[in-house]
Ligand binder design. Structure first.
Ligand code: SAM
Length: 285
């Protein structure tokens, strides 16, 4: 029987070449083929580490046809290593389609872990790390972007976003509009590079600061936005204020209209109003 090959997702540095792991170097040297997002970019990395393996391009625009070809090659026994321009392949980078196709075809997919901008930024952000949601880049299309922003309005987990420097001020303003100027965030910039920094503050602070900076010069560097989630208290206060116009009877009826039985509807309405069920019962009489 023909021996099947394997696909390795190989993480590469997001700035500092010292973060290239010995296993990443070995894997790239031993592979039959390297599938790279941008071969002109990756050649510099390969030259630096004296890796002579043949390369082919695998990027956003050929991701499906090329993934098909790479899977066929792996089926014929080749070892394929996948790299993106920087960081973890398949995370906001090509690779996702290939992984799914390879797994569907029964090809083993394995990982050589390493730098990932999202997780690195979260770790040093100072924001809560226990629960987080990664949103990659917000969509550019207006309607989709609005829907995604709206979807974040009541998010209680820490939000991690990528953004390009030339869109930073616009994105900050849009996020502030939805999440409020008081919401805290960490702007994590140039990870592992000379100008690495974490700036913390609320949206109002950053809007003022970046409006000034944008006026002076072009904003440069690579950014990750790590935004604290809405607090449970804030969410609860908003829910209560929504019900403040309801009479007790309307409040219970609203929960009943949502499918709760009378007992559960009364329990929920009493909780919203910060009173006991007995008090609510008397109010309804
Ligand atoms: N796959 C990569 C990863 O997992 O790290 C992310 C690729 S995504 C196309 C590129 C975005 O990642 C940048 O626009 C920026 O938001 C973020 N990024 C990459 N390198 C960074 C760095 N050194 N410092 C801060 N953000 C970085």
């Amino acid at each position: 029987m023909e021996q099947s090959g394997k696909i390795y997702l190989v993480a590469t540095p997001i700035g500092n070449l010292g973060d290239m792991s010995p296993r990443a170097i070995e894997t790239l040297r031993a592979a039959d083929l390297i599938a790279a997002e941008d071969t002109r970019n990756t050649i510099k990395l390969l030259n630096h580490f004296e890796i002579k393996t043949h390369m082919t391009s695998y990027h956003e625009y050929n991701r499906t046809e090329k993934a098909y070809e790479l899977v066929r090659r792996a089926e014929q026994g080749e070892i394929i290593a996948v790299v993106s321009d920087a960081g973890m392949p398949a995370i906001s980078d090509p690779g996702e389609v290939l992984v799914r196709m390879a797994l569907d075809a029964g090809i083993e997919v394995t990982i050589v872990p390493g730098p990932c901008a999202a997780v690195s930024a979260l770790a040093i952000s100072g924001q809560p790390t226990g629960r987080f949601v990664f949103e990659a880049f917000l969509p550019q299309e207006k309607k989709e972007r609005r829907a995604r922003l709206e979807g974040l309005r009541d998010e209680t987990r820490t939000i991690v976003l990528y953004e390009a420097p030339h869109r930073l001020t616009k994105t900050l303003a849009e996020l502030a509009e939805v999440l409020g100027g008081e919401r805290e965030l960490s702007l994590v910039r140039e990870l592992t590079k000379r100008h690495e920094e974490v700036q913390r503050g609320n949206f109002s602070y950053f809007l003022e600061r970046y409006a000034e900076e944008a006026g002076r010069a072009e904003i440069r560097g690579e950014y990750v936005l790590v935004i604290s989630g809405k607090s449970e208290e804030e969410l609860r206060a908003e829910e209560i204020s929504v019900f403040s116009d309801f009479t007790p009877a309307e409040h219970v009826a609203w929960y009943e209209s949502q499918g709760f039985d009378r007992k559960e509807a009364m329990k929920k309405a009493a909780k919203d109003r910060g009173i006991s069920r007995r008090e609510l019962y008397h109010m309804l009489l």
